[in-house]
Write a protein that binds this ligand. Sequence first.
Ligand code: FE2
Length: 218
Amino acid sequence: MCDLEHAHDAHHFGFLVDHPEIRKLIDDTRRSRNAFAADAERVAALRPAFARLLAADGWLPEKCAVPDRTSGMGGGIGQYALYRAEDGSLCLFSLVVPAGAATPVHDHLAWGLVGIYRGRQHETVYRRLDDGSDPARATLEIAKQQTLGQGEFYTLLPPLDDIHYVKTISEAPSISIHLLANDTACIWRHRFEPASGVVTPFRSGYANAPCPPEPHGT
Ligand SMILES: [Fe+2]
């Protein structure tokens, strides 16, 4: 289900990996959207369901748990869609970061929950000091750093703590699970170079599903 060879004849939205544990989390997320108007309340309510998925075994196919040498993110980092709402309002994906590899510094632009399923990661979170008026520049400083192991997770509530990078510090690749309120790999977001202040448009793409065509071919 997670290999590109069959991407052309697979379905690319809905449950790309259909497992009761994944269905339960997506059902809980849909319910929480109706029950809570505020993003902070919604992600707080989803914490038990997300923790349960991280603690469960046997639901992540091996093909969604391996590095991707053709990665759009570089470093052999694999990003595999597990669930995608067709309207772009929600996705669940695995991110496989090989030992010693790090993501670019990036943002997410949606609320969500991110947790460690296998291995260990070190996360560096940045605070933005400028007003964001120049799309090509950003002034960043490190806001916090933390190490995360299996079952540990954090919330995303942009703009708070939305810019970060993670590095795998375990000997085996780390696998993190991401529940976000957009189609994360297919939206245009941003890659940051903190030392120079350069900001670059960035679309990571999924290893196992294509992104919808862009209206103007960009
Ligand atoms: Fe991230």
